[in-house]
Every structure is written in C-alpha cells, then in structure tokens.
Design a protein. Structure first.
Length: 372
C-alpha cells in the first residue's frame, strides 16, 4: 500500500534522483537554493512511498514570502512535480497535490506554479498575470538611443564587487512588489536556472545589476538604482553582449523601464506570468489593488462580492484602498474559477460583474521565480 507523507531528511538524495530521472535534468545545479550541496529541503516535499520504501512520486512547496506595497503575502511556489515513469496513472500526483493544498489552506495566502494549464486547472489554479518581453536589436540602439551617452558603463560578475550583496538586497526591497530574499543567499538565488548576475558600473561605481541567461542575450531581471541610467545601460549592454538582439523581461508595474523599452524596442510580447491558486482573497485583493492604485491607477468606487465563499468589499477613494471581509446585500457570488479569472485575466468571460470601470482585471500579478 502506498503511503503519502512528508519526506524525511534521509530521503533527500532520493528526492533529487527522482526529479532528475523524471525531468532528465540536474536539479542540484538547476535549483541550488533547494537542492544544492548540503541543502536539505526534504521537509518541503510530500512523497508517495510504496511497500518497499521506494519514492514513487513527489510534489514540493517552497515558501516565498511576497511583499506587495508593504503587504506581506504568505506565498509558496509549487514545483518539482515528479512521478516515476512506472508509477504514472496511479493517482499519486492528485493525492499529493490535494494533501498540500489542504495543508496550506489556513496558513498561506496564495500558491504559485509554472506548468501546463489544463493539468493544474483541475487543482484550482488559474493562468494569468502579465509580464512584458521586449526585443532590442542593434538598429534599435543605434537609432533610438543615438543621443544617449553610455561612456563609463561597464559590466562584471556582480558578486566580485565589494558590497554587492547589500546593494542587490536594497534594490530588491525598494521595489513595489518583490519576493523576499536572504541577503547571504543572493549568489545562489541569482544562479537559479543557470543564470548569472552582472553588476552594472559607472566609472567603477555599482549602479545596478542584470540577471542574464548563459548566452547573455536574455535579461530576466533589470535593476537600476536610478531611472536615468536605464537607457545608458541598455545601450552599453547590447554592445557588451555581442548579441544581434537581446530580450528583456519586465513586470507591468515597472513604469520607467517599460517607458524606455517601449520607445525603442523593435517589438514586444505580453505574456501570462504563472498559474495562481488564491487561498485568501481579501489579503491578495488588498495588496494588488493597492499596487494597481499606485501604478496604473484606479477610479474611486466600491466593489463587493463573495469569492469562493469569502465575503469581500473593496473601496477606493482619494486616500487609497480598503478591503473588508464582508459583503453587501446582493453582492455577486463567484466560485473560485470565476473569482481568479476576474483578478488574473484580461479576457475573462466573468468581466460582466458589477465592478467600477477601471478596476478589473488585475493582471499586475507577476511572480518571478528566483529563490528556488
């Protein structure tokens, strides 16, 4: 009989071996924060174990507290969903997913994952959020940034620079929305998914950093202390990379970066971010409505609904956003799928609910997977 339980420390290597076998990858180098040498993340794994004590399947949830406009959301990243090839079709993934979601229901605000849409919709996840991806080529820089002086801008491995950890930590916490990062673990965090961190220097002084892929032509995180240095850095990095074209990912709420890239990029795409399973609608709604209020803007008004059984009333006035755990008489009733689609998607068929114009959707969600 198969047992479903939390993995034990002596099963650490078995968890890694199962993930490597299932995905044909090396998780110790791919995700060093979770699976690097001397790291024991076994307690973050639910496993299916057969009568012989062999791991047949596993699902991990890694805690990633998320701060949005000074609101701390208890968030977890669900991943390493692995089933042994000889145990597929036996229901292990469903059992482990259900076990995790039931355990997290009263302790987390939101669970996030990246995976095949329909597969995870069965477990209450909704695809959504917004991130931009810009493409900048040599001609875009030569013409669009012709008057920009990038003299003095140089690049080097970030953590070879004295004080880089503290600088990067301060940059992260200065954002309107960010995943909390342990300053001592930043070198490992920035190496996740085989990425590397480059410091941006101006006359030898650290002014920002970039997280880039191994080829150097894709920037997943573009962080500058001052907006005036964004264009200079784009121009200098395009030349430094040697790539014919570079791509740069941005969250929708990074207004200065989007403004500059939007003015010079050859083209761009708007992509969904990840899949989200909202457990506490009031907490998540208050945080992200506040983010939208401070960036894209919201009209003043009131919206009341019962979201997956949770009564919520949100108000916006000149002073900001207030969300209460109560609903007005006659408030619209939304199931989980409807409520999440309303908050997360641009083209939801549930957009006809009685919300003030300019309120929904909230695709400002953007969850950068960087800790694990």
């Amino acid at each position: 009989m198969v047992k479903y339980r939390t993995a034990t420390p002596d099963e650490r290597e078995e968890c890694i071996d199962l993930a490597n076998y299932a995905f044909r990858l090396d998780f110790e180098t791919l995700m060093p924060k979770a699976y690097g040498k001397n790291v024991d993340s076994s307690a973050m794994h639910k496993v299916a174990v057969d009568e012989q004590g062999r791991l047949r399947a596993q699902v991990a949830v890694f805690p990633e507290p998320l701060t949005v406009c000074d609101y701390t959301l208890r968030t977890g990243y669900l991943g390493t969903v692995s089933v042994h090839p000889r145990a597929r079709g036996e229901g292990h993934m469903k059992a482990l997913m259900d076990m995790w979601l039931e355990e997290l229901r009263s302790t987390y605000d939101m669970v996030v994952l990246y995976g095949q849409r329909q597969r995870y919709e069965y477990f209450g996840f909704t695809l959504g959020g917004v991130k931009f991806k810009y493409f900048v080529g040599e001609a875009n820089v030569r013409h669009g940034l012709r008057h920009v002086n990038d003299t003095g801008i140089s690049f080097c491995p970030l953590f070879e620079i004295e004080g880089a950890e503290a600088f990067a930590h301060n940059m992260n916490t200065s954002r309107l929305a960010y995943v909390e990062r342990n300053v001592q673990q930043l070198p490992v965090i920035f190496n996740t998914l085989h990425q590397k961190a480059l410091g941006v220097l101006d006359q030898g002084k650290l002014i920002g950093y970039l997280i880039v892929n191994e080829a150097g032509d894709d920037i997943s995180e573009f962080a500058m202390a001052h907006a005036d240095d964004i264009a200079r850095t784009i121009k200098a990095y395009r030349a430094y990379s040697g790539a014919e074209r570079i791509s740069i990912h941005t969250p929708e709420y990074d207004i200065p970066l989007n403004r500059i890239l939007g003015s010079i990029a050859e083209d761009y795409v708007i992509e969904t971010s990840d899949m989200y399973h909202i457990l506490d609608f009031a907490n998540v709604l208050e945080a992200y409505l506040t983010l939208k209020y401070k960036t894209a803007g919201l009209v003043q008004g009131e919206f009341s609904a019962i979201m997956n059984g949770q009564p919520v009333t949100a108000r916006v006035d000149a002073s900001g956003v207030i969300v209460e755990r109560s609903a007005k008489p006659g408030a619209v009733v939304l199931n989980k799928q409807q409520a999440q689609a309303l908050l997360l998607t641009q083209h939801s068929r549930y957009m006809e609910v009685n919300a003030p114009a300019g309120w929904f959707p909230l695709p400002l969600f953007w969850y950068k997977i960087d800790k694990y």
